[in-house]
Design a binder for this molecule. Sequence first.
Ligand code: SAH
Length: 236
Amino acid sequence: MTTPEGGFRATVLTLYPEMFPGPLGISLAGKALQDGAWSLETVQIRDFATDKHRMVDDTPAGGGAGMVMKPDVLARAVDHVADSRPKLFMSPRGKPLSQARVRELSSGPGAIVLCGRFEGVDERLIEARGFEEISIGDYILSGGETAAIVVLDAIVRLLPGVMGNVLSGETESFETGLLEHPHYTKPQEWEGRRIPDVLLSGNHGAIDKWRRAEAERLTRERRPDLWEVHKTPQEK
Ligand code: SAH
């Protein structure tokens, strides 16, 4: 895993480096990794434990269930790789990941991604090293690794040259503030269901109009939160 000059550099701090590249080694992201459009390095947090049992976690101050990852061990791991790249801590308490943040990250030098396990990490580490907490949704995973894979997958597909069809990235859900319109492909009729006539009309003005209307309908029905932000003053 070499670092291409100028490419997006991801460093993942984890107790389970064998989970990487995992899905990121496949298809678009994997091809881009092979081609050097981005690089991925993992750091085994346990390598920075100094006691004879190589402990990375300890019991929570104040009592309670579970274990907390130790700030001293994590700090050594972070300081080993830290540079000017943003430091991200995967965390259900974090700001929900947005396509806007993904786009910003994809135009930067890379990211240092910390994956929690157990109950999480000592709060002082997050503060002292300036981690940005990012959540991938309102549910609890067993560890930050799958969240890190989600974040990196979303970033990598936006890197220059990774997606063959650049246009498809720009009409997709969230890029326009709307959910995307429905898609169809051949056959024209399948199980008695026909592709909407307008899509077969060859009239590109009418097709654009239909797609726009469908995108708005779906957003209104499924994501009133997005619609509230998007709709024009007349629609409000
Ligand atoms: N006790 C914590 C959950 C710990 S889950 C709480 O209640 O908030 C263990 C680790 O999984 C976390 O430290 C985090 O790194 C990761 N994780 C779990 N859910 C996540 C989510 N929705 N988004 C991002 N990371 C998550």
